[in-house]
Unconditional design. Structure first.
Lengths: 336, 345
């Protein structure tokens, strides 16, 4: 049974003094991503979203917890399962949804698509659809920051599949040699498409963070299903990098509930495995903690639920009502 | 090698009749453009394998590390994907990196970064970002370096929307084109032919740039148009010299850049001469000569007195043996023979 076991599992609890509004925002953001993804899946089934659609459902605690630990000047670079990171970094859901639907009002005017969400104004530097291909670019952004004496850092996400690519190893080495201010953030959901990392990774699926040792880079492994754990460790890492320079490596153990993409019926894993992981749902856990430990009024939660429902419904409407891009935009922005 | 390092390489510059010229070799022209950019703009920096302490694998950046320091002249690990991608990332983040790939053969290791990321980012972001990155690299065969070190992939890059491709053949062009490349906000593949580094030419002391997409006439005639770029522009000119002894006057066009390509100049010339030959170092199959020939046929078919002729490298991996390798690369004699055979002149 490939439950994502951890070396140590933390209870919910923040190591930092956070305002109630921040705690509320964490819940709101995770729910926003979950509902966004569910609506995307529906639109895909209805044929309004084409191409590949990779859902982030189950992994919301990572994007929300880690990006909350950044400042707005910091950069995020990620892979093709990018909706969660884009939204957590501040991309509006209506802009993201319109992009998924290939509309002119989308974040890239319909030229990017689900796998290539990009928002310059939020320093959300993209969604890259070649496994590990985003990592050299991320290092370059960190290099630019270092070059200019800017203390912004780069948070670069990748999956367990990426660690077997040459670009991963080249970039890990380069970043370490040059002490680049960036976080290598591994979202280990155990599967590279349908192949379990136990069958793809020397040493198995469960201690990939040890790869950082080979590059003289400090690395840790954390529970990616637990928002507070993700936040605590990312924030400590961010502070560490701002003080001492980078890079650092974080491996967050997580699980995607849905297939690799909408085209994937998940024949390679048992239903029980999915169900068992669902029991550790990051949003439910966090909600229960807010109510049980932080004495949050259930009404606050319900209000957020309906607020998000309304927002996502209006994002869908916005996307559906938006025009498709005009053919005369086809040759725009290939060259400056 | 010697055939391209003699006096026949400075004709276009001579025509310019510039005041205040200095003579330099192509290597010096490239180094001059790089130094000038490093002096002028702190956002410009260089990275590449052995460009610093070693002095540059082709000695282009000799002395740069001492002059500009480690921050701006970065020796890198041998990691082509990481180097190119990091250049792309730094460009996206607002710097103006100049990346050196030791040879164009190694660009294959970085192909994903060049094609899927550097050349795509502007379009996929719908113009939210520019990628002002120059990738300088050394191209071409003819030095008995064998199958993996003698290739000319610039035509392959020229097929990629999002990239610009420059292929200078003279010191004057190298300086003028590199100035444009560094100022440009698009990613540029700047392919310097290994056997042209020693080519001499006159370069004006007053500042100039050469815009991309503007071909140069190396000589003007009326009977046939011979098109080449990089080292093959010299071969085209030598072939024209041979033809002149048969009483045939050729237009010789040096493309200077493959993307954008100056079809206007080519078409005008073909409309005058009614015959066209393209000389290219890379393989015939899939070479850029096919693209140019096709465009000539599409645009100027009625003007043609015969088929557009291609003289390319033979469709084999580059052999090590000097005798064998020489047989694979176009020469002036091959070009003139091909013209005689295919066009009957």
């Amino acid at each position: 049974m490939a439950t994502n076991e951890l070396r140590s599992s933390d209870d919910v609890g923040f190591a930092y003094d956070l305002a109630k509004s921040e705690l509320t925002d964490f819940y709101r953001q995770m729910l926003r991503i979950r509902r966004f993804e569910e609506s995307s899946a529906n639109l895909y089934m209805q044929g309004h979203i084409k191409g590949f659609l990779h859902l982030y459902i189950g992994e919301e605690a990572i994007a929300v917890g880690s990006i909350a630990a950044l400042s707005s000047n910091d950069y995020v670079v990620t892979h093709y399962r990018d909706h969660g990171h884009a939204i957590a970094k501040g991309m509006e859901t209506k802009t993201a949804m319109a992009e998924l639907c290939g509309k002119s009002t989308g974040s890239s005017g319909g030229k990017g698509g689900s796998m290539h969400l990009i928002d310059a104004s939020k320093r959300f530097m993209g969604g890259y659809a070649i496994v590990a291909g985003q990592m050299p670019m991320a290092a370059g952004i960190a290099l630019a920051n270092q070059y200019r004496g800017d203390d912004s850092i780069v948070l670069c996400y990748f999956g367990d599949g990426a660690v077997n690519e040459g670009a991963f190893h080249e970039t890990m080495n380069l970043a370490s040699v040059w002490n680049l201010p960036m976080i290598f953030f591994l979202e280990n959901n155990l599967y590279g498409m349908g192949t379990h990392a136990d069958r793809a990774r020397a040493g198995g699926a469960h201690e990939i963070y040890k790869a950082a040792e080979a590059y003289a880079m400090p690395g840790i492994q954390i529970d990616g299903m637990q928002l507070s754990t993700v936040y605590n460790h990312t924030r400590a890492t961010v502070e560490d990098i701002r003080t001492n320079g980078g890079p650092r490596f974080i491996e967050a153990m997580c699980y995607r509930y849905r297939g690799h993409s909408m085209a994937d019926p998940s024949m390679y894993r048992e239903r029980d495995e999915v169900e068992e992981n669902r029991e550790r749902d990051p949003i439910d856990n966090y909600k229960n903690w807010l109510i049980g430990n932080q004495s949050f009024d259930e009404k606050i939660i319900k209000d957020i639920d309906s607020e998000i429902e309304t927002e996502i419904a209006s994002a869908v409407k916005f996307a559906m009502d938006s025009p498709e891009p005009e053919p005369d935009t086809l040759f725009e922005n290939i060259y400056v | 090698m010697s055939d391209i390092q003699n006096e026949n390489t400075t004709k276009p510059e001579a025509k310019l009749n510039l005041q205040g010229e200095s003579e330099m070799i192509l290597r010096e022209a490239v180094a001059f453009a790089l130094g000038e950019a490093l002096e002028a703009d702190n956002d410009v920096f260089m990275m590449g394998e052995d460009i610093g302490a070693y002095g540059g694998p082709y000695a282009v950046t000799r002395g740069f590390l001492e002059k500009y320091g480690e921050k701006r002249i970065k020796d890198t690990p041998i990691s082509e994907a990481a180097i190119v991608g990091a250049g792309g990332g730094a460009a996206v983040a607002g710097l103006r990196p100049i990346v050196e790939l030791m040879t164009i053969n190694f660009s294959l290791v970085a192909m994903d970064q060049i094609v899927n990321h550097v050349a795509r980012f502007r379009y996929m972001s719908n113009g939210q970002f520019e990628v002002p990155l120059v990738i300088r690299t050394v191209t071409g065969g003819g030095a008995q370096l064998g199958a993996t070190h003698s290739q000319s992939f610039e035509s392959m890059f020229a097929s990629i929307p999002g990239l610009l491709v420059a292929t200078p053949s003279t010191p004057y062009d190298a300086l003028g084109l590199l100035r444009s490349a560094i100022k440009d906000n698009n990613p540029v593949i700047f392919a310097e032919h290994a056997l042209l580094y020693g080519v001499k030419g006159k370069v004006p002391k007053t500042y100039y740039e050469i815009p991309f997409g503007k071909a140069a006439f190396r000589r003007e005639g009326k009977d046939i148009t011979i098109i080449g770029y990089s080292r093959m522009a010299h071969i085209a000119d030598e072939a024209a010299e041979i033809l002149s002894h048969r009483g045939i006057q050729a237009d010789v066009i040096d493309l200077r850049t493959l993307r954008p390509i100056d079809m206007e100049t080519i078409i005008k010339s073909v409309q005058k001469t009614n015959r066209a030959v393209i000389v290219e170092e890379t393989w015939l199959t899939g070479g850029f000569s096919g693209e140019i020939a096709s465009r000539i046929h599409e645009t100027a078919f009625d003007y043609l007195d015969g088929p557009v002729v291609r003289v390319n490298g033979l469709d084999v991996p580059a052999p090590y043996s000097g005798k064998l390798e020489a047989a694979t690369i176009p020469t002036a004699l091959k070009v003139s023979e091909s013209i005689r055979k295919n066009l009957g002149i």
